[in-house]
Design a protein around this ligand. Structure first.
Ligand code: ZN
Length: 148
């Protein structure tokens, strides 16, 4: 078992301190709420769509460093991606945080979360905003997502 301090890579600390796209969007096309009651993470994800392409993603809310940094990196990465591209990145990201295996080169800053697999309770923190964003991108109705 590694020390929990090893989990907090520079990328995570930086995104937690200065989260990107951390604002409520005024006229979003899609909205979803992500809730992780075990940790107390609660975020709303806002998407601006152009067809099935995500033109802009923002988030707002509160939670632990892992959940906030993950949402921050995610909103930066989703910009300009189609729903299918976003799903593909999430699949690689999910495999990485559950197995520690960094296979895909499309993960960029997300690879900072590779250590999460050693702390199973943190996996939900890391994936919460992705669940919410993919849910929002799929449907037009605002929907609450709870990971447990
Ligand atoms: Zn958390």
């Amino acid at each position: 078992m590694q020390d929990i301090a090893d989990l907090y890579q520079a990328v995570i600390l930086d995104h937690n301190r200065r989260p990107r796209n951390f604002e409520e969007m005024e006229h979003p096309d899609r909205v979803a709420v992500g809730d992780n009651p075990v940790c107390g993470d609660h975020y709303t994800v806002f998407l601006k769509m152009e067809g099935d392409r995500i033109e802009k993603a923002t988030f707002h809310g509160a939670g632990c460093a892992i959940s906030k940094a993950s949402a921050s990196v995610m909103t930066s990465m989703l910009k300009g991606k189609t729903l299918d591209e976003a799903k593909a990145i999430y699949q690689d990201f999910h495999r990485m945080v559950t197995t520690g295996e960094v296979s895909a080169d499309n993960l960029s800053d997300l690879s900072a979360f590779a250590g999460v697999f050693q702390f199973p309770a943190r996996i939900k923190c890391a994936t919460l905003s992705w669940h919410a964003a993919l849910n929002a991108a799929k449907g037009s109705e605002p929907e609450a997502v709870t990971t447990e």
